[in-house]
Ligand binder design. Structure first.
Ligand SMILES: *Cc1c(COP(=O)(O)O)cnc(C)c1O
Length: 383
């Protein structure tokens, strides 16, 4: 159960500590990977937009909810990830639930990684396409399933960075497979955007496929079946999501996705804050570098403490410490809580049976001393 009424302890602490019933907790639970949720530049951009637009968008984007702020945001998002066009959604959940049924329907087939996020699964269910669940990151199994499928349209769906494991999908291999089998590829980069890539462009740039300099020469003309999606409430620090790719595909999604058409647009202040966030993400690599230093500190600290639990390999902000049983994971979470450290225990069905874990989530707002505090608290937990 989430703790009730989290309050930031002190703005100068940038959202890494909270007061719960008056007691301090150092938190490793947020997805604010770059520490942008309380960035003064983003806050000022939002306030400036409030002065010009008020606080509400008043209607769906297709009616009159799409302001110049939204338009400029979409242009900036497309330029950042190096794809021709982008479309902003008010939430990542809504984007996926609207996107999949816009792309496929009855008679089509979807191939979904076993560890995909819940909202991709819900989008697939709503689409009424035939579902093939593929074992996690098993390219051989995916190849065989695609080869055996006679559906009219095929869509491969995957998290780019898996939300509970922190590992990165092999996007170049997936693109090549989809090319070979004439399938579409939807990647959900909720945990890669802002964190991976030299300019925080996300997983595509991590693999040298596309980024601030556009599509890499080796991939030109080969991304027509790529549907890129990323959320903006995590590393970007605000809220919402976007879909990017081929202009005709994006136009199609805009005209077909029910969660886009039949929902009120996000307020212009959100779009303005996000445009400021893109600037910070692009131009402040020190935030990603600091995140890397925190990761190293955690991994080295935990190795030196020789705990009975192991970290999954992960080059992202998500550092899962596998505990095993639900009872043990909850006990460690409670023991950390007593020491003033908050790390959520993630249990089945969110993760596979027997792999209950502490999902340690690092943020550039953490200091090295914060990580040391976590390691020391873990070392004091009874085994
Ligand atoms: C968080 C998340 C979403 C949902 O995004 P929201 O903006 O929080 O609705 C979608 N996909 C993945 C992989 C996520 O981790």
């Amino acid at each position: 159960m989430p703790p009730a009424a989290l309050q930031p302890e002190d703005e100068s602490l940038r959202g890494t500590t909270y007061l719960i019933d008056g007691q301090r907790r150092l938190s490793f639970g947020s997805n604010d990977y770059l520490g942008l949720s309380q960035h003064p530049g983003l806050m000022a951009a939002a306030q400036d937009a409030i002065a010009r637009y008020g606080v509400g968008a008043t209607a769906s984007p297709l009616v009159c909810g799409h302001s110049p702020e939204h338009e400029q945001l979409e242009v900036a998002l497309a330029a950042h990830v190096g794809l021709p066009r982008a479309l902003y959604f008010y939430a990542g959940y809504a984007a996926n639930v609207g996107l999949v049924p816009a792309l496929v329907g009855r008679g089509d087939a979807v191939f979904s990684d076993a560890l995909n996020h819940a909202c991709l699964i819900d989008g697939i269910r709503l689409s009424r396409a035939e579902l093939h669940v593929v074992p996690h990151a098993d390219l051989g199994a995916l190849d065989a399933a695609l080869a055996a499928c006679t559906a009219r349209r095929k869509l491969v769906v995957t998290d780019a960075v898996f939300s509970m494991d922190g590992n990165v999908a092999d996007v170049p291999a997936l693109l090549a497979l989809c090319e070979r089998h004439d399938a579409w590829l939807l990647i959900d980069d909720a945990h890669g955007y802002g964190v991976l890539g030299p300019h925080g462009e996300g997983t595509l740039a991590h693999f040298g496929i596309a980024g601030v300099n556009g599509v890499a020469p080796a991939w030109q003309g080969r991304l027509g079946r790529l549907v890129y999606m990323a959320t903006l409430g995590k590393a970007a620090g605000v809220s919402g999501a976007f879909v990017a790719g081929d202009p005709a595909m994006v136009e199609w999604v805009m005209q077909k996705a029910r969660t886009y058409m039949f929902a009120t647009a996000a307020p212009a202040m959100i779009a303005a804050a996000l445009r400021a966030a893109i600037d910070v993400i692009r131009h402040e690599p020190q935030r990603r570098n600091h995140l890397g230093a925190l990761r190293t500190r955690l991994r080295e600290g935990l190795a030196a403490a020789s705990l009975p639990w192991h970290l999954l390999p992960s080059d992202t902000a998500i550092q899962p410490l596998i505990i095993g049983s639900n009872v043990d994971a909850l006990a460690v979470m409670a023991q950390l809580d007593e020491q003033g450290v908050w790390v959520p225990a993630i249990r089945p069905p969110t993760v596979p049976e027997g792999t209950a874990r502490l999902r340690i989530s690092l943020s550039a707002a953490h200091t090295l001393a914060h990580v040391d505090e976590l390691v020391a608290a873990l070392a004091r937990c009874p085994r």
